[in-house]
Design a protein around this ligand. Structure first.
Ligand SMILES: [Fe+2]
Length: 280
């Protein structure tokens, strides 16, 4: 193998060292990368220099890249519907035009869908001079750290996910009537959700999207979800990624929460490309 995979000194995360996309992308290496991704939840490739088509092909080693749900002009990369541009210069153009600070609280991508994307991949193109780290939790480890009684209870709890929960800590951007199709789906997932690849359970939380729990009143449901979140974001389950330009990161949504810190200078540009992959 021309590259090595080195775990971070953290409860999750690993760096793929010496990976040259043009030389190393092959079905054989894809299997090694996918195993490391399953084991370590977050994989990082440093110093990448990728054209949009390369970025989509790199994501394709992990699964099937899917078209982005919102296809606005400012989010588009021509010819690549699987890529969405993420920029701190985007605003809520159909709402109050506030700057969009997406991803700024703990969440898991698109959990209101019946089959949420397995992976999210980001490519850092421009970064502020400091700040803007993305933090992750290992939700499989958080589940394993519960008592057996709590695990059994969590397996039986069915949680309703919607696009924007009435209990969300932040408001989603305003959607057009056409885009509202993206917001329409709702899904029920167990609190202790089996991983779609190997069945290991993880605490599946998403404060922006979890609305109700079957058989519980909302106050009790939110209290339980809040307790599970407080448990999950303890330092022993966390990794915080300090971005460098050229980093590509992919994480495993079924076993990670993530959030970005919008603590960087507002006049500096933070620009990334994103693609989502489904299991293939
Ligand atoms: Fe996200």
């Amino acid at each position: 193998m021309p590259f090595t995979i080195q775990s971070f000194d953290a409860p999750l995360g690993a760096e793929v060292i010496g990976f040259n996309f043009k030389r190393d992308a092959s079905p054989e290496t894809a299997e090694q990368l996918k195993q490391a991704w399953l084991d370590r939840v977050v994989l990082c490739f440093r110093d990448q220099d990728l054209q949009p088509a390369d970025f989509v092909r790199l994501a394709g080693l992990f699964g099937s890249p899917t078209p982005q749900p919102l296809q606005r002009e400012e989010y588009k990369v021509d010819g690549h519907p699987e890529i969405r541009v993420l920029s701190n210069r985007h605003t809520d153009t159909l709402g109050d035009n506030r700057p969009l600070r997406i991803g700024g609280s703990w969440h898991s991508d698109h959990s209101h869908q019946q089959t949420p994307p397995r992976g999210t991949m980001l490519y850092a193109l421009e970064l502020p001079s400091h700040g803007g780290d993305t933090s992750f939790t290992n939700q499989h480890a958080a589940y394993n750290a519960l008592s057996l009684e709590q695990q059994e209870r969590a397996k039986a709890i069915q949680v309703h996910h919607v696009y924007n929960s009435p209990f969300a800590p932040r408001k989603m951007q305003t959607l057009s009537a056409e885009e509202a199709q993206y917001a329409a789906p709702q899904a029920i997932h167990p609190l202790a959700r089996p991983h779609p690849v190997d069945g290991r359970r993880a605490l599946y939380l998403n404060p922006i999207r979890t609305a109700h729990i079957d058989g519980m009143d909302d106050a009790a449901a939110q209290e339980l979800l809040g307790e599970m979140l407080a448990h999950s974001i303890q330092p022993q389950f966390r990794y915080s990624h300090e971005w460098r330009r050229g980093d590509v990161l992919i994480w495993d949504n079924p076993q990670a929460l993530h959030m970005v810190s919008h603590d960087y200078p507002a006049d500096e540009h933070r620009l990334m490309h994103r693609t989502l992959v489904q299991i293939n």
